[in-house]
Ligand binder design. Structure first.
Ligand code: ATP
Ligand code: MG
Length: 683
């Protein structure tokens, strides 16, 4: 690739245009984000101080990355003082400094979604969690449209909405009383401040003299107003975006903002970028073909000079497990240089999917293959508190001297061993340079810990030893499962989950995760295992302890590996703006992508947004792209027949671009796509 400092003429024009408002409207991978970082450097050259330049990104992670890139261009000293943040973090800064002007104390608290739900339940006088969540959703949308509770009530279309609007009023009163704000307020309140308070407005317009906005297509109405209030009449800003990548409509983002920009700023300079520097021709063509099925808002062209490259590959899999295995095998063979591709690093790969829950099977396959990975845009299965609890127990059994595991296990669930006892035990262990577990049985422990506490500690130690013995002597999945379940019962883990969580549904969900984890551990103990096709196969039997050992190796591997050289698992939403040499897009099936839930009908608008998601997914890939589809897929607890997504047909892969072994399968698949395409056209 070219040196990092180069820009093409259109990019240069966008970077050098400082006279007034500027919009860069261009397709994926055309260097929009690059324009922003280079424009920061240009602004510094033109005499702006670092603190006067604000760059707004869509996520905190993107902000970090942009600061890194800026550092390379302008040096660490200037980069440190640049204001690079999301709309939300910028809002926090405005409110901390000037929130008093709205009656908000500087130490106001920011509520997370769970806090909001419990206030809503309380204010609305209901225990119905689902209802509270619907209110939360409605209130958030209203706030993002800039509506007050009174306006929302006046605009309500039915009784449900009227009730929600009234709850909103009570909710807002509570927040004020608690000196708390929710996420939407982080945008809404600064806007209110700037709109109503001329002094504050003058101050901030003078502080942030140039504003740059990345991913402009996904701003919502309130964010747009905030931008307008910040830049004022002078309109010193650059926004970059791509209407084809607008994928947060469901959260109130609106493409109207793109249409309004030239109306609100008649002097707006619009600069298109047409050259794509990310993907090979085959990938780009597939992307362009898919998005061509959406109605056009702005005419855009996108070309690449990287040549056709590898064909886009469609991978047909039996089910999710099979898909995960094949994705992993592919990653391994490319990494090892076993394909036409140059050998690669783990960080050159991403597996992308539509919904968070699809990550689990992939994670398990990666763990099994001992490949380091991270899950972005959602929580890793293995990072969930309940799974970490159980892993701590397993780690402790494998290695009694693992102190962090000891501390977690001894308090999960609580067994009457208090904080002070553990602190004393810790001090004692440190003094004698032994592990916590070893310290348990030291004769002189009574000098540090009370007799009663020693009793409980000994009891815990004996239990760990006993469990270790049982786990060492239980071989094979059939025997392992009841032993593992017995263990959970003994430590009272299910009750512990329900005690720790008001919301029963969430607790039940956690318990289900635990059961899934137990299943997974047990299956790794081998023996006669039934596979998903109903076939039984015999594998080598291992003890639970051996399996725990291999799991803890994998766990510590993942922790040691840090975040840098790892495979990325990500939702399509969270992949926006990013790129990888090799991308596998999984679960490209009707129902999954485009996603369709039972109780919701597929409107043309929804389908278009799903199509933009597909476009975002395809355009993350630089050198190779695999699109994978399932013959059978899991729906709840059942398997249903999998239908390839209409988006595969829309990619219009030809014989040359589509490579699938064996030949016959390819023919059948293509016939199926053609049939689907005809159907979707007819629909
Ligand atoms: P997206 O729409 O996905 O956010 P984007 O338009 O922001 O994409 P960038 O991420 O800025 O595109 O750029 C895509 C890739 O192309 C990056 O690897 C970037 O470094 C590279 N690139 C951009 N412009 C040039 C250029 N003029 N010369 C060489 N490489 C470039
Ligand atoms: Mg970008």
């Amino acid at each position: 690739m070219s040196a990092p400092a180069t820009l093409n003429p259109a990019q240069l024009e966008a970077v050098h245009y400082l006279q007034g408002p500027c919009l860069v409207l261009a397709g994926a991978g055309s260097g929009k984000t690059r324009v922003i970082t280079h424009k920061i450097a240009r602004l510094l050259q033109a005499g702006y101080a670092p603190g006067q330049i604000a760059a707004i990104t869509f996520t905190n992670k993107a902000a970090e990355e942009m600061r890194e890139r800026a550092k390379d261009l302008v040096g660490p000293r200037a980069a440190k003082h640049l204001v690079i943040s999301t709309f939300h973090s910028l809002g926090v800064r405005l409110l901390r400094e000037d929130g008093q002007r709205l009656g908000l104390k500087p130490q106001f608290s920011i509520l997370d979604s769970d806090d909001v739900l419990s206030i809503l339940r309380d204010a609305g006088g209901t225990t119905d969690a689902a209802l509270a969540r619907r209110w939360q959703w409605a209130i958030s949308l209203w706030k993002n449209q800039g509506l007050t509770s009174e306006q929302a009530e006046a605009a309500a279309r039915d009784d449900d909405e009227r009730v929600a609007a009234r709850v909103m009023k009570l909710y807002e009163e509570r927040l004020l009383a608690y000196q708390a704000v929710d996420f939407d307020d982080l945008i809404g309140l600064p806007l209110k401040l700037l709109q109503r308070d001329a002094e504050a407005r003058a101050k901030w317009q003078d502080t942030l003299r140039y504003v740059l906005v990345d991913e402009y297509q996904d701003t919502n109405a309130v964010q747009y107003e905030l931008l307008k209030a910040l830049v004022g009449e002078r309109g010193m800003f650059t926004a970059v975006g791509d209407d084809d990548q607008s994928i947060y409509g469901w959260r109130g983002a609106t493409i109207e903002n793109l249409k309004r920009l030239p109306q609100d700023f008649p002097q707006l300079k619009i600069i298109p970028l047409e050259q794509n520097y990310r993907s090979t021709g085959n990938i780009l063509r597939a992307a362009n073909n898919v998005i061509a099925a959406n109605p056009k808002l702005f005419e855009k062209k996108l070309w690449s000079e990287y040549g056709d490259g590898e064909p886009v590959r469609v991978m047909e899999c039996d089910n999710e497990e099979h898909e995960a295995e094949r994705a992993v095998a592919r990653i391994q063979s490319i990494r090892a240089g076993a394909t036409t591709q140059a050998p690669a690093e783990w960080s050159d790969f991403a597996i992308l999917y539509r919904a968070n829950h699809q990550a689990r099977v992939l994670e398990q396959a990666l763990r099994k293959a001992q490949i380091p990975y991270k899950v972005s845009g959602g929580q890793s299965f293995f990072d969930r508190a309940e799974i970490k609890d159980l892993c701590a127990w397993l780690r402790l059994l494998v290695n009694n001297d693992d102190d962090p595991a000891f501390l977690r296990a001894v308090t999960t669930p609580k067994r009457g061993i208090g904080h002070q006892t553990l602190a004393n035990l810790g001090e004692f262990a440190a003094k004698w340079k032994v592990s916590l577990f070893e310290a348990l049985f030291a004769d002189s422990l009574s000098t540090a810990v009370s007799a009663r506490a020693i009793g409980s500690l000994h009891e815990f130690g004996r239990y760990v030893n006993d469990l270790e013995y049982r786990f060492r002597h239980t071989l094979g999945a059939e025997a392992a499962k009841p032993v593992l379940l017995e263990w959970l019962k003994e430590i009272g883990y299910e009750q512990h989950l329900y005690d720790g969580e008001d919301n029963e549904k969430i607790a039940a969900n956690r318990w289900q995760n635990v059961l899934d984890f137990i299943d997974w551990v047990a299956r790794r103990c081998g023996g006669q295992l039934e596979t998903e096709g109903g076939i039984t196969e015999e594998t080598e039997r291992k003890s639970i302890l051996e399996v725990a050992q291999s799991i803890s190796v994998i766990l510590s591997l993942a922790e040691r590996g840090g975040d840098s050289n790892v495979v990325t698992l990500s939702t399509l939403h969270a992949s926006k703006g990013l790129e990888w040499p090799h991308v596998v897009l999984v679960g490209v099936n009707e129902g999954l992508l485009p996603f369709k839930s039972e109780d919701e009908e597929m409107t043309p608008q929804r389908l278009e947004e799903e199509r933009r998601l597909m476009y975002v997914g395809i355009t993350r890939a630089r050198q190779t792209l695999v699109v994978s589809t399932l013959r059978r897929r899991k729906k709840g607890r059942e398997y249903v027949q999998g239908i390839p997504s209409r988006f595969i047909a829309e990619m219009k892969l030809d014989e040359k671009t589509m490579k699938e072994d064996p030949r016959e399968k390819l023919k059948a698949l293509r016939a199926e796509f053609a049939r689907r395409a005809a159907q979707s056209k007819a629909a």
